[in-house]
Design a protein around this ligand. Structure first.
Ligand SMILES: Cc1cc2nc3c(=O)[nH]c(=O)nc-3n(C[C@H](O)[C@H](O)[C@H](O)COP(=O)(O)O)c2cc1C
Length: 185
């Protein structure tokens, strides 16, 4: 049985909601980075034991919030020992704007995974971008590097479009399935 962990930061609950859907799709354990940028007790050990790690962060000013960066910098200890070498990685970002420069955050998450020698999993879905497309379609935001989701700036996590949440579940399942297939070899 492969183990997947969803590690995320969420300032106001939106990314937490998406993380829950990703974790449901991946049958993953959820770990939250706290408001001070710290991990709960035992989290580093849980990450070390994982086959797959999915990073989640909202986009603040075009990139991940400082709390996530604090975790990323702290992971340089693991980097030095190649502790996460060949693990499977994925990532996602939520923001208020449809675009909102989420790509900057995703590329950062992908780079972090690559620094650790990880195997990055793309979204793997066609975009829903025809005239008939709606915000409730799967991958309506048209991601490819990883998962993109969006929530209106004046609304809570309950207003994340259902299509984005479904995309989150499907992406979680994809990352877990890649990890399971790699573990067979
Ligand atoms: C400091 C800050 C910077 C933000 N920068 C962006 C941004 O660059 N692009 C965007 O679309 N939304 C931006 N937002 C909106 C957040 O991405 C959005 O509210 C998101 O849902 C917050 O997720 P969270 O509740 O998990 O923290 C910003 C919000 C904050 C608080």
């Amino acid at each position: 049985m492969t183990k997947t962990v969803v590690l995320y930061f969420s300032g106001y609950g939106h990314t937490k909601r998406v993380a829950e859907e990703v974790a449901a799709g991946a049958s993953a354990e959820l770990i939250a980075i706290d408001a001070e940028g710290n991990l709960p007790e035992g989290a580093w050990e849980t990450l070390a034991a994982a086959d797959a790690i999915i990073f989640g962060a909202p986009t603040y000013m075009g990139n991940a919030p400082w709390q996530f960066k604090k975790f990323a910098d702290a992971s340089s200890k693991v980097w030095g020992t190649r502790g996460w070498q060949d693990k499977v990685f994925g990532g996602f970002s939520n923001s208020a704007s449809l675009n909102g420069d989420k790509a900057g955050t995703l590329i950062f998450l992908q780079t972090l995974a690559s620094q650790h020698g990880g195997i990055w999993v793309s979204l793997g879905m066609l975009p829903s971008n025809t005239l008939a497309a709606t915000r409730n379609d799967v991958n309506n935001l048209g991601g490819s590097v990883g998962l993109l989701t969006q929530s209106p700036s004046d609304q809570g996590a309950d207003q994340i479009p259902s299509g984005d949440l479904e995309t989150a579940r499907l992406y979680g399942a994809r990352v877990a399935s890649v990890a399971a297939r790699l573990a067979q070899h």
